[in-house]
Design a protein around this ligand. Sequence first.
Ligand code: C5P
Ligand code: ZN
Length: 462
Amino acid sequence: MDAISLLAKKLADLVRKWDDVVVVSHYDADGITSAAILVSALRSIGKDVRFINVKQLYSDQVEEVKDMGSAFIFSDLGIGQISILLDQMRAPFIVLDHHEIPPGREYPYLLHPHLFGIDGSRELSGAGISYIFARALSGRKDLAALAVVGAVGDVQLVDNALVGYNRKILKDAIEAGKVFAYRDLALYGRVSRPLPYMFVYSTNPVLPGLTANESAVYDFLDAAGIPYRDDTGRILSYVDLSAEDKRKLFTELSMYLLSRGWDSQRLQSLLGEVYELTDEDPHSPLRDVREYATLLNACGRHGKPEVGVRVAMGDRGKYYDEALSLLRHHREALRKGVDYVVDNGLVQLDSIQYFHAHDVIPASVVGIVAGMIYSSGIASFKKPIVGMAYEDEEHVKVSARATSRLVSAGVDLSRAMRAAAEQVGGEAGGHKPAAGARIPRGAEDEFLRRLDRVVSAQLGAT
Ligand code: C5P
Ligand code: ZN
């Protein structure tokens, strides 16, 4: 047994003595899958358990939850707010988190990748750490499949594949017969989108000549001889193609993109490891792990994380229907957000580039939009990207993202955002390559100036 599983076992021994447990988790795909994993494991050993998903854990939220039950598990959040928890919680609690540990406060009932030299931003997610705990508690390896969804939802893929401890979890999921993994064209929508729309809507990456150009996509598929309807006229998805047609499609796509200035390295980035869930319908958005994660994010980011938890725990009825409609709404919000940034452009400072979407992009998706702008190739990779939008009457939500190359060069957005936010009376946290903050309205310029200065220093210091 590895060291992390040993500590998980100790915490599991403690939790086994508890009853009336409340799981408090984050509201995104990683937090939703964390909650589903923990609730399922606790119920399978006969515990009474409830769950709640929150956007952030400020002292207001802690006041709200602290009397909900007689013991607590905080998942995919908690370590950034450990001071608040220690001050306000009366009941016993454990923390299963993977966000940066702020300096100064230690906590003995913490399971965290950084305690074991594992990178919490790409090698192990909140759902992963929750799974390690849940496996120690209940022995259930089938729950690994949800941890794979959580890791992908947390944008932990490196060159389009899971790495580090996430691969051990993937192995559990495969051995439990819940997931199969293979290398293929890794464009979004390969399972549930009609084949032409997989290209028309591709933003990760933008495909020159094809993205947002429906008639060009039909011309391309016709010229390549790739069918997008079967004999009965039913529209096909990418996964419906024969192995031979898939190969032919990749060859034709390569030639098409090479003629538009791509090089072979760029072409390779279209390929990746894809993950399918064996129990799901072959055309459901839950079949493909990337699409599943988006569906859960849609639930959480649009105010209905509990719908996502029910789906992740197996509901395929009314909660699933609601999730599908939230997914449509989510896609629309993302499309509008990306259009806004493309139309308005990014403002360049010395070491960061930013956009302020005011009321146009909901605060809950501004981070996803920033990530999409980055991966679409619209923004330069030389600087971190920062997105802002109004969160409420008083606050601005800030999301920052950096490439792994920038992180290797010294960028730590979690520290930088915390340093800049503190100076203007805001709060921040996250990971080196992805961090978020909430600052008072009106403090944007001051905040950006300070953030730019800290990031410049981080880059200059190496
Ligand atoms: O909100 P956003 O998607 O930009 O957050 C990026 C990362 O930073 C997430 O993992 C989020 O949980 C974390 N975060 C945090 N504390 C904040 C804001 C964001 O730990 N105050
Ligand atoms: Zn997470």
